[in-house]
Structures are given as structure tokens and as C-alpha cells.
Design a protein around this ligand. Structure first.
Ligand SMILES: *Cc1c(COP(=O)(O)O)cnc(C)c1O
Length: 255
């Protein structure tokens, strides 16, 4: 059993190591440190771990399972009241959960269908009207790089259309793209492909500057190809329990 103090020290050490990795990756790619945000991914880990990260200066967190996230954010938003954290939904979302996400999420990285866009616009409008949020929801479109949409993401041929659709929603702010490399793909090739899609989207949507790319195993490759946000779980908090079959159906078992 680790003590709470031991856990805090382990997380601090791991966080510093990832920050060093990210700094080195930026410098190797000739990019400034401030160009790439480190987003700690806290899914499966308790609120107490998020508090440790918060005390270490982290203010934005990624979650991927809606029910878990809404409970955790509700608990912690009270604790973080003086300097609120920003929560990012990074996992697959079912339409019927849009209403809940609209109350806690600052950004969502995993939008991949018209129907989800419609549900989010409606839910965010309502959350704004009810005083449950004060800003538009930042939306990143998740792209499927290999067309295997079971793993989440819109097919590349539908990307331009979906981007127009998000941009047309008054309470959503189209902010960029996200992708997870296909299983066993070369991360450099995958992120180069993503960067190319991003360049094309930027022609019509110059404000969609975010590129959410890179995780524990491939953050260096992502930074080489223009990532503005690396989503890192394992390297900071350790390995998660093996996902259940239900979660594989929810597209997240590969993580
Ligand atoms: C869990 C998850 C991550 C974090 O992955 P690690 O390999 O643990 O760093 C990143 N992105 C998404 C979409 C995830 O679901």
C-alpha cells in the first residue's frame, strides 16, 4: 500500500519526467515550450490524484468516461473553487450524455458525427441559459486516420463537411482536430497525415488552431508534427486497469 504522501511523491516525479520529455521534444523540433500543452489524463484514477496534480500546478485535465468524469468534476469543482480547473472530454461520447458534458466540459476532443454536434449545440445552449456554464464549448473534431470508425473519429472525406457544421453552431467554438494513430501504425506517418488534414481545414477555418495529438507512447512524434496538446495518462499516473469489453465497444480499450 502506498501512503498518500508516497503517492504524491510518485506523481510529482512522474509529472516532472513527462514535463522534461515534452520540453526535450519541443526543443528537438525547434518549437517553443509554450506551444504544446501537457494535458494530464486522469480517467480511472481517483479525485485525490487529480488534487495532487492540481497542487503541482496542473489546471486542465482530460477525462474519457462521462459518468466517471461528471462525478469527479462535481466533487472537485468545489475544492478548486478559487482557481477552477478546465476539464476536457477526450473519449467517445454518446448523444444522450451531451447534456451532462455540457455542464462540466471546457472542451471536447472527440466529436465525430453530425448527430453529436446537434446534441451538443442544444445541450450547451441550455446549460448557458440555466447558468450551468458561461462560455461556448470548444470542439475538436476527432479524425479517423484509417477509416476504421469503430475506434471513433470521422472519416477524412466527411471532415470538411463536419467542420462547417460545427462552425455553424452558435454555442460551439470549432477549435481544431484530434486523432489517435491506428493500432500498429507508424506514429510519425500517422501524425504527418493528421497535420496535412489540419492544414487543409485551416484554409476555411483559420481559428481551428488546436491539434490534439500524442499520448504516453508517441508524444515526441506528435510534437514533431505540430501537436498543440499531448494527452498523457500512463506516464504520469501509472497503468490503468484493463478495460472491460463494454469499454472496447466504446472505442477506448486500445488506450
Ligand atoms: C486514455 C487516453 C489517453 C492517455 O493515454 P496514455 O497512453 O495513457 O497516455 C489519451 N487520449 C485518449 C483519447 C485516451 O482515451
Amino acid at each position: 500500500m502506498t501512503t498518500p504522501e508516497g503517492r504524491a511523491l510518485d506523481i510529482e516525479k512522474a509529472l516532472r519526467e513527462v514535463q522534461d520529455r515534452l520540453r526535450a521534444a519541443c526543443s528537438d523540433s525547434g518549437r517553443g515550450e509554450s506551444e504544446v500543452m501537457l494535458l494530464p489524463v486522469t480517467k480511472f484514477f481517483p479525485a485525490s490524484d487529480v488534487e495532487i496534480l492540481y497542487r503541482l500546478g496542473c489546471r486542465e485535465f482530460g477525462e474519457s468516461r462521462e459518468q466517471e468524469a461528471s462525478a469527479k468534476t462535481e466533487e472537485l469543482d468545489v475544492v478548486f473553487a478559487d482557481a477552477p480547473a478546465k476539464w476536457h472530454m477526450i473519449g467517445h461520447l454518446q448523444r444522450n450524455k451531451a447534456k451532462s458534458v455540457a455542464t462540466w466540459a471546457h472542451s471536447i476532443h472527440s466529436v465525430d458525427s453530425d448527430r453529436l454536434v446537434g446534441a451538443l449545440q442544444k445541450a450547451v445552449r441550455r446549460a448557458l441559459d440555466d447558468g450551468d456554464r458561461v462560455t461556448p464549448l470548444r470542439v475538436l473534431i476527432q479524425v479517423s486516420l484509417d477509416g476504421d470508425v469503430h475506434r471513433g473519429g470521422v472519416e477524412r472525406d466527411d471532415l470538411a463537411r463536419l467542420a462547417d457544421r460545427v462552425s455553424s453552431c452558435p454555442d460551439l467554438e470549432f477549435s481544431g482536430l484530434m486523432a489517435v494513430p491506428p493500432i500498429e501504425a507508424d506514429p510519425d506517418a500517422a501524425f504527418a497525415d493528421l497535420a496535412d488534414l489540419h492544414r487543409r481545414v485551416l484554409v476555411d477555418h483559420p481559428g481551428a488552431l488546436e491539434l490534439s495529438a500524442g499520448m504516453t507512447s508517441d508524444l515526441e512524434a506528435a510534437v514533431r508534427h505540430g501537436s498543440t496538446c499531448v494527452r498523457v495518462g500512463t506516464a504520469i499516473l501509472g497503468s490503468r486497469p484493463i478495460a472491460s469489453p463494454i469499454e472496447s465497444a466504446d472505442h477506448i480499450s486500445h488506450n
